[in-house]
Design a protein around this ligand. Structure first.
Ligand code: HEC
Length: 153
């Protein structure tokens, strides 16, 4: 047995209220019971032009900073977060942009998005953008491009 740094995962719930949204963040730390705990924190604002900043703020907690799926909150989830660096490889070498952007928006019909474990970002971004669809679109596009840039060769 090794001493495991316990993950204090401060996650989510895509509990979208009209005035605000809640989102995931994680921190490592120890807790006495040896369990992973989940907390809800307010969504932080990021620039819609930086896919990288958005990924770090909203996605890395589960998918890992490198996108490979080993974020600090991953161990608290029933379904492991997808390795986002293999999306092209698993799609015949072509990056599935439409599927990725639909998934981010929560329109993809993928069960894990919009489930308890995967927030529906479309609604969160809508709140963050004060209801400006063009900004929501910009966020989704830039995040999708950033994920494309992470693809393994
Ligand atoms: C609370 C943890 C969590 C967070 C935060 C999270 N994801 Fe996910 N994500 C998951 C899980 C779990 C899956 C796997 C779903 C499945 O396989 O059913 C997933 C799957 C995905 C997929 C589907 C890949 C495929 O198979 O086509 C994409 C794309 C994705 N996430 C993008 C994102 C982006 C972009 C963000 C940040 C805006 C994000 N995720 C934040 C947990 C998370």
């Amino acid at each position: 047995m090794f001493t495991k740094k316990l993950v204090l995962a401060l996650i989510i719930t895509a509990l979208v209220l009209f005035t605000g949204a809640i989102l995931a963040q994680a921190q490592t730390g120890n807790d006495q019971a040896g369990t992973t705990t989940i907390k809800h924190v307010p969504i932080t604002s990021t620039s819609p032009v930086s896919g990288k900043d958005m990924f770090t703020a909203y996605c890395a907690v589960c998918h890992g900073a490198d996108g490979k799926g080993a974020g600090p909150a991953a161990s608290a989830l029933k379904t492991p977060p997808t390795d986002l660096t293999s999306l092209s490889k698993n799609n015949g070498g072509k990056f599935p942009s439409l599927k990725v952007s639909a998934t981010i928006r929560g329109e993809g019909g993928f069960p894990a998005h919009g489930s308890k474990e995967m927030p529906v970002w479309g609604a969160l971004f809508w709140n963050l953008s004060g209801g400006h669809e063009s900004e929501v679109q910009q966020r989704v596009v830039n995040l999708t491009k950033y994920i494309e840039s992470l693809q393994a060769k």
